[in-house]
Design a protein around this ligand. Sequence first.
Ligand SMILES: [Zn+2]
Length: 231
Amino acid sequence: MSLAKQLYQLQGLELEIEAKEQALAQTIRQLDNDKVVAEAKASLASEQQRLGELQHQQRAAEWEIDDLGTRLATAGEALYSGRIRNPKELTNLQHELTGLKAKRNQLEEKALETMSQAELTQEIVTGTVNELKTLETEWQNQQQQLAVEIEQLKTALLGLKDKRQLAAAEIEPEAIELYQEIKRQKGAAVAKVEQGICRACRIQLPVTELQSTRSGGLVRCSSCRRILFLP
Ligand SMILES: [Zn+2]
């Protein structure tokens, strides 16, 4: 195998290792990320709080209606008892009764509205509880799947790193040194030659360079200085 081919294969392994390492990091980030579940929990908590407030308002309105009922009964009883004969007092009492009735109607309307809002909020709460259950189940399944993926990636990485180690051991140290130096500068040290063109910088290579590459020597692209590999 030519030196260029050995280095090209080494590069391929290193790229594969890099891609797997990125995938592993991304998968680890996904693990334990329960943002969606946490959001559903927060939304449920605020809906439950709203429901509590509405129920409290409803109870307060009912107490007030009861209280008004008692006052209405007392005023009504006084009005029709015949005890009060003074016309002014009677008129005042009648006014009081009318006022209390109006207030009670108003409160009853308000209580009805609060009740219907509470019912609606209760439906939303029930819906969110179910949604949260589904999300939690999905999240647990996803966690298991991610854990499996992480193990697979780790195993694949170990294998690839072994392979890279073996491939690097076969190559003479000077070539490795050159390869590392170009890699540091360019990101990728070896460029494939296709149809007489360096695939890294896309320049048409001079015939002499192509001939040297073909003869198996370590040739660098005159333009981008990468090591040329002719398949
Ligand atoms: Zn080039």
